[in-house]
Design a protein around this ligand. Sequence first.
Ligand code: CA
Length: 220
Amino acid sequence: MRILLVEDDQLLGDATQAGLVHDGYVVEWLRDGLQAESALNSQSFDGVVLDLGLPGKDGIEVLSSMRKRGDSTPVLVLTARDSVGDRVKGLDTGGDDYLIKPFDLDELSARLRALIRRSSGRSAPTIEVGTVSLNPASHQVHVDGDLTELSQREFSLLQLLMEAEPRVLSRSYLEEHLYGWGDDIESNALEVHIHNLRKKLSKSFIQTIRGVGYKVQGER
Ligand code: CA
């Protein structure tokens, strides 16, 4: 899961990025509203954590132009303690949730999970496809009721595919949501993770759709 963090405060941004990375998110951190807008225009994210007072362009304007473009990526707005007006404006402009600074990193993570869950149309905290069950909060995967050990990257890849089910996700979409801007990716990295997941789950769970990408499928 790939998150765009837009925050111009160095200390807060640092801590937030570290906390989200620790929770398994790929985090792109920008400190300027104009840069954020251009990233949102050209790339896709699973969620956005957006400060409102930003250099370049105000957070509310960034949010407003996202929604005008029809970009429905979940947005969590960060606001200052005493600014009820900002919170109302953030929600009315198309923000999905807000947190008041300073906030607890566990709470930020939980709110992001809830936003991503709702945006994929799910109400249950676990994602179930066939005999595979994935819990984004506990980072656990069960196959036929048995706990299965996955690496962080394998877990993220499986979550992307299971959230999207029954849609097919392209190779480039998966790479974009699994790796950050600074990551050095081997050209066959995705195939290696798919191969390992198939060994740990079942051969037929992840299907290759030639020329298109990958999808997961429960037993029929
Ligand atoms: Ca700020």
